[in-house]
Design a protein around this ligand. Structure first.
Ligand code: ZN
Length: 285
């Protein structure tokens, strides 16, 4: 049994908070009539049939496009977001007239999601979470750097004020940031950022160098990077103090795969990771 599951069994609070409210498959089934009704509405019909301007396949194609085609493409790619937004807002309101009033009342998300900025891994869509359920931070290669005021502020606010129950660091196979860090090249401004991943490689050099297949080594570095960032989350005072007082949040390491769209749980043993880092990084006093 994972540490998260053990905790969920032991703590009455966590046994209620850690349990998923409704499995996605059931939720989808329950929502089916509403979705079908919404699909018949004019708003959603327009959502599906917004005309798309031709999109250049490569960045170089811009040079050969007529100026009016570029202007038309920019206008349409801008306008379609507002069309989509209008359709989404109408669909939400049709399904639940109080939806936006509830959102305006405040947020009590159970999850803090720290993911990669990569456009192919939209946190809410791949997890079925609704607005209000996840506090989100994304950056290149899902890094948790001690001197990054942005991510540190997000963790601090999520733990101390929103009192999230789970913190997820989610990486993904095929991560461009991790790939770049495996490349011996001067990447300018990205150098100090990617240095964090090169440091992860150095920490696990023996294990990684023993993997002959480059693709497998790349996949393993993605996983090790997620685990190392989990460790960085646990090093924060906010997480250590909250866990000592409340028995949450629990930190999880997941990896998304493009092959099948599934999340892999790296089964971080949160409690033993916490104990091991506290020998040096204990900030609970
Ligand atoms: Zn990435």
């Amino acid at each position: 049994m994972s540490s998260a599951a053990r905790l969920a069994c032991r703590s009455p609070l966590l046994s209620s908070v850690a349990r998923p409210s409704i499995p996605q498959s059931i939720r989808a089934t329950r929502a089916a009539p509403a979705l079908l009704a919404a699909a018949r509405s004019p708003a959603v019909r327009s959502f599906n049939f917004i005309p798309q301007a031709p999109k250049p396949s490569k960045s170089g194609d811009w040079r050969t496009m007529a100026e009016e085609d570029i202007t038309r493409y920019l206008k349409q790619s801008h306008d379609r977001v507002f069309e989509n937004n209008r359709a989404w807002a109408e669909e939400k309101k049709a399904k639940d007239p109080e939806f936006f009033a509830k959102l305006a009342a405040g947020q009590t998300p159970e999850y803090l999601w720290i993911g990669c900025s990569d456009s192919r891994i939209p946190a809410e869509q791949i997890t079925g979470l609704e607005p209000g359920e996840a506090f989100i931070h994304r950056n290149i290669a899902n890094l948790v750097c001690n001197v990054d005021l942005n991510v540190m502020s997000v963790i601090n606010y999520a733990v101390r004020h929103l009192q999230v129950k789970h913190i997820v660091v989610c990486g993904h196979y095929g991560c461009g940031g991790v790939k770049a860090a495996m490349t011996a090249k001067d990447l300018g401004l990205l150098n100090p950022w990617l240095r964090n991943i090169r440091d992860v490689y150095r920490l696990h050099e023996d294990e990684l160098d023993a993997i002959a297949d480059e693709a497998a080594r790349y996949d393993r570095l993605v996983e090790l990077n997620v685990m190392e960032q989990c460790r960085n989350v646990i090093k924060t005072a906010a997480v250590q103090k909250s866990f000592a007082q409340n028995h949450f949040p629990i930190v999880h390491g997941w990896v998304f795969g493009f092959q099948d769209g599934r999340l892999k749980d790296l089964n971080i043993d949160f409690e033993s990771m916490l104990k091991s880092i506290q020998k040096i990084y204990n900030l609970t006093e």
